[in-house]
Design a protein around this ligand. Structure first.
Ligand SMILES: Cc1cc2nc3c(=O)[nH]c(=O)nc-3n(C[C@H](O)[C@H](O)[C@H](O)COP(=O)(O)OP(=O)(O)OC[C@H]3O[C@@H](n4cnc5c(N)ncnc54)[C@H](O)[C@@H]3O)c2cc1C
Length: 596
């Protein structure tokens, strides 16, 4: 069927009397082990407006989808209700079935009888079945009142703005350019490379960090589709999917603007900075963080390890400084919270460094003081095994019994209550203490607040769903790459950057972007122009007051509206509805559920 015919068919379907098909999924036992799906189908087949009701082991399978297509063809079904898993998993699947069969895809209602029913009422089969019937009936009432909708199309800039020029940012820009898009990297620092600029030989590749950065930077600089701005001070990010605007200043330069269809946030992380006196940091001599030590070791010749004018013969690595903090044991951060998350990369980084110290300065004694060693990742355990072979001595403490470092002019004294020797109090001397500091989120508060970007409990940028939408922010058109999302090593960071760029590429594959039509719609005849709704709206520019035909009315920008319904709630004359989720539909659903 060609596009034109499809559109005609869709209109015809709308004009016809609603004929609802209801499809109950067993979800391979996830639902049918608890809910009597045959009974649900039987009850629904008698419900007013329902032409056919069926149950099937997997409605989302191609055979299940074919059942619906056949009913559309043979029975003239023009609206569907699928009672199955969460709509976030398969709403789009079934909308696709309708579209392919020539029915407007928004004349579908997805009812969740798995997460909201069978999974939460496992021990009450009769109750779960009765609930499934009610939910499906409510779905029928809603779909009967649905209007066909069309996706909103927004013209998009064919350009990706990448904020942050570390390895993730460079990788994202290269991938976007490889897809034919222009990419602009905005890096606040003077150079590309991010934290890798100060690192040495990297795990797992064994490559020098500077070589990795150079390789990427050479590719970036050679690509005509990529523009790089270093020392870029971003002071404004605004707009919406397809039409973002980023204002930034360069040193001595006037304000500039980049327009982009999509944004990749590759703003990375910062090293945790120990507070003054934390294990002697900032107070005693010869207490460094791991990044400081790595950066120092890079510059020192092999043979004799020297720091602060003296030879270092022994060194203590103390893990989990600023990570996996414990309430009541550790000092809270500036916002009153503790960093209770694991920074993931620091164990392997510390042990990789210990092995490199042994290689460069074989005589140095290394004590490794840890709570748990987490050398996750393919073959990373080998770093730990190698360190043991190299004679690194490991001491393990509990979460509440932290090691204690006391320092004087002769060096440091480290005390540990060691789990490996059944709680023995051990004590050793070290010339240098290296604090294995964690990773904390970059301060991007200005951009975050301007774009209302969500943060996780750990304050990193938060994706929509770790499995289903792992690099997307809830803000349409904004993607996350690398350690801006959570602590990750550079291979993980670059993989996530490639995914983010692919997502941006898919979004910008066409000159205009289709957006969901579930946005606020104002009935201008009913609108009294009171102005309460824009005050309630959380999305800048989505809802404004405007003069129309000599009357003040609320006006929606569909590209910015998120369909949250906050405006609906404050509109006394009921002049606003969210398309696809109208008040009349909700009323009918509630009535269907409440009916005896
Ligand atoms: C001690 C230590 C050792 C490590 N060793 C290894 C190792 O051996 N192997 C490995 O694979 N990984 C290692 N890592 C991890 C590695 O550092 C990260 O995986 C990598 O840096 C992540 O890259 P990124 O681009 O996501 O973030 P970053 O490197 O942090 O880069 C982010 C960039 O964004 C810029 N930026 C931030 N905010 C803004 C803004 N508002 N505007 C513009 N630009 C902005 C920053 O200036 C920076 O250039 C180690 C980490 C630590 C702490």
């Amino acid at each position: 069927m060609d596009e034109k015919i499809k559109e005609e068919a869709s209109k015809d379907n709308y004009r016809q009397e609603p004929k609802v098909g209801v499809y109950i999924c067993h979800c391979g036992g996830n639902i049918s082990d608890v809910v009597d799906v045959k009974k649900v189908a039987e009850e629904l087949s008698k419900y007013p407006g329902v032409t056919v009701a069926r149950e099937y082991p997997f409605m989302c399978s191609s055979n299940g989808q074919d059942l619906i297509t056949e009913d559309i063809k043979n029975l003239g079904i023009n609206r569907t209700v699928v009672a199955a898993c969460s709509p976030s998993l398969h709403d789009l699947t079934f909308r696709g079935v309708l579209q392919r069969a020539g029915v407007n895809p928004y004349l579908h209602e997805h009812v969740n009888i798995r997460e909201q029913d069978s999974w939460v009422h496992k021990l009450d089969h009769a109750g779960a079945t009765a609930k499934a019937i009610k939910l499906a009936q409510a779905g029928v009432e809603k779909v009967r009142r649905k209007d066909p909708l069309n996706a909103i199309r927004v013209a998009a800039e064919q350009r990706v703005a990448v904020i942050g020029g570390g390895v993730s940012g460079m990788r994202a820009a290269l991938s976007a350019a490889g897809k034919g898009l222009e990419a602009v990297i905005l890096e606040k620092g003077p150079r590309l490379g991010g934290k890798l600029l100060d690192l040495g030989r990297l795990y797992p590749s064994g490559e020098e960090a500077s070589a990795v950065v150079k390789k990427l930077e050479d590719l970036v600089r050679a690509d005509k589709k990529i523009t790089v701005h270093t020392d870029a001070d971003i002071d404004f990010v605004g707009g919406f999917v397809g039409n973002f605007k980023i204002n930034f200043k360069l040193p001595g330069g006037k304000s500039q603007q980049v327009k982009a269809g999509a944004i990749v946030m590759a703003t990375g992380y910062e090293h945790y900075k120990p507070y003054k006196g934390e294990f002697g940091y900032g107070e005693a001599a010869n207490v460094l963080t791991l990044p400081e030590f790595i950066s120092l070791m890079k510059k020192l010749p092999a043979g004799r390890l020297e720091y602060g004018g003296r030879e270092i013969k022994s060194l203590a690595l103390i893990h989990c400084v600023g990570s996996r903090q414990v309430e009541g044991v550790h000092k809270p951060q500036a916002d009153g919270k503790i960093n209770d998350y694991c920074s993931r990369v620091c164990c392997t980084a510390a042990i990789n460094t210990a092995n490199q110290i042994k290689e460069k300065y074989p005589g140095v004694r290394i004590y490794d003081v840890y709570r748990d060693i987490r050398t996750y990742g393919m073959m990373h355990e080998s770093y730990y095994e190698q360190a043991s072979k190299n004679g690194v001595l490991f001491f393990r403490h509990t979460e509440t019994d932290q090691p204690v470092v006391t320092s004087d002019r002769t060096g440091h004294n480290v005390k540990v209550k060691d789990v490996l020797t059944w709680g023995e109090e051990l004590e050793f001397k070290a010339d240098l203490v290296v604090l294995v500091t964690g990773l904390v989120p970059s301060d991007i508060s200005l951009i975050k607040s301007q774009m209302k970007m969500p943060s996780s409990a750990d304050r990193f940028l938060q994706e929509v769903h770790l499995k289903l939408r792992p690099v997307e922010l809830a803000n349409a058109g904004i993607f996350i790459a690398g350690a801006a999302q959570y602590p990750m090593d550079s291979t993980e960071a670059m993989a996530s950057a490639g995914t983010a760029a692919s997502k941006a590429g898919i979004l910008l594959a066409e000159p205009d972007i289709p957006l969901e039509p579930f946005v606020a719609v104002v009935d201008e005849k009913k609108c009294t122009g009171c102005g309460l709704c824009p005050a309630e709206c959380s999305y800048d520019g989505a809802l404004t007051m405007s003069e129309k035909n000599g009357k003040k009315v609320a006006v929606v920008n569909p590209a910015l509206c998120k369909g949250c319904g906050a405006c609906v709630a404050v509109c006394e004359p009921r002049a606003i509805d969210v398309a696809g989720w109208t008040l009349a539909q909700f009323d009918a659903m509630v009535e269907a559920i409440a009916k005896e």
